[in-house]
Design a protein around this ligand. Structure first.
Ligand code: F6R
Ligand code: MG
Ligand code: MG
Length: 373
């Protein structure tokens, strides 16, 4: 059976700043999807990661379906009403357009969708990140799909020996989708050369070269490119099919033990290590650290099993402690150098304006030895 998994997520309001949506808000979104999604969806799953609510849906209508997208958009609009009633912070902040027009792409919410013929066993992983942007997935995807040091399946499994095709998007280009296709292993250095710049080049999808099947779908929207100004970090979602022709679940999860530095954290304007957390976790220290959650599922005829919380295992407790130390150590450097994002990635214009004003006060010294009074 051919099915589509669509995940659409948005921040439409949260408690105590950017920590987590309220229970009432989540319930409002759930009610809408349950009531209005009957007859349209086969199944759905609602969760939150930090201040973002994700609606995971299965159906047979293909990616980009206007009815499925409208269902999610309307659920977030209805959630926004609740968020306003409760006085939640940033109510409706990710709904950047006034009216729905066919597809939520380019309207604020993040989307990842994948359509495939179900295998007899169909495991997949749903990732959601908060306080960061889509480039956060560059390194984990490179390691999981290209690097034998992380993924022994690349040499052990004949089904993976041909490698994977990467579709990489230049997210700075706003006139349309500017993409490039590169094949691992032969283009690995080219893939690495692009992915080293996660604010500009992000993985959009990954495909098996043995079977042509899609392995991964990643949300690529950059909110500031839509709004023309910063409205918050993008907080991307990602779907990855695992096992058999694809990397094993453990091979996909392994790179998240690194706690690599990503863009985000406080005021969306810093570099901080990415912390794997349990589903429905809040965000705390320094509006971070940026977090990633992962729910594992199997799906059959579009029906989802219960979710298994991939980062709830005790192994990740040690990882989290190490990443907390890493975050605190890096934060000791405050605002100088690599801790803060480069000028064009800052969420606020304050520094830019300040520098403009200071620039007018610079002068070329004319021979005097000491500064004038
Ligand atoms: C992402 C997130 C941050 C904030 C940013 C701006 O989920 O919450 O990127 O959008 O810290 O915060 P305020 O609204 O306080 O200016
Ligand atoms: Mg937010
Ligand atoms: Mg968020």
């Amino acid at each position: 059976m051919k099915i589509t998994i669509s995940v659409i997520k948005a921040d439409v309001g949260s408690i105590g700043g950017h920590m987590a949506p309220s229970r009432q808000l989540i319930e409002k979104v759930r009610q809408h999807v349950t009531q209005k999604g009957a007859g349209l969806l086969i199944d759905h799953f609602i969760s939150h990661t930090g201040d973002d609510i994700a609606i995971l849906m299965t159906h047979t209508r293909g990616p980009g379906d206007s009815k499925v997208h409208k269902l999610a958009w309307d659920a977030f609009v209805s959630g926004t009403e609740e968020a306003k009633l409760q006085g939640l912070y940033g109510a409706g902040q990710d709904l950047l357009k006034d009216a729905f027009s066919g597809n939520v792409r380019g309207m604020g919410p993040e989307v990842a969708e994948i359509e495939f013929d179900e295998r007899p066993n169909e495991p997949f992983l749903f990732f959601a990140a908060d306080k960061t942007d889509p480039g956060a997935f560059n390194l984990p995807l490179y390691l999981a799909f290209c690097d034998v040091m992380n993924t022994p399946g690349l040499i052990l499994s004949p089904k993976m020996s041909k490698g994977f095709r990467f579709l990489i998007m230049d997210v700075n280009y706003t006139e349309g989708d500017r993409i490039i296709e590169l094949n691992a292993p032969e283009d690995m250095y080219d893939i690495a050369a692009l992915l080293r710049d996660p604010e500009r080049y992000v993985v959009e999808s990954i495909w098996s070269r043995s079977t042509g099947e899609q392995a991964a779908a990643v949300a690529t929207s950059r909110l500031h490119n839509i709004a023309g100004k910063y409205t918050g970090k993008d907080d991307p979602v990602m779907l990855i099919r695992t096992q058999m022709n694809f990397p094993a679940t453990g091979e996909v999860l392994a790179p998240f033990a690194i706690g690599h530095f990503v863009a985000g954290g406080m005021r969306g304007s810093h570099h901080m290590p990415l912390m794997p957390v349990e589903q429905n976790s809040i965000v705390s220290y320094f509006d971070g650290p940026p977090v990633i959650s992962c729910a594992g599922f199997c799906v059959q005829q579009g029906k989802l099993t219960e979710a298994v919380d991939a980062f709830a295992h005790p192994f990740w407790t040690t990882v989290r402690e190490r990443i907390s130390d890493k975050a605190i150590e890096f934060r000791r450097q405050g605002f100088v150098g690599p801790t803060m994002l480069p000028m064009n990635e800052l969420e606020y214009t304050g520094v830019v304006e300040k520098l403009k004003e200071l620039d007018t006060r610079f002068r070329i010294r004319k021979g005097e030895k000491v500064p004038a009074d």
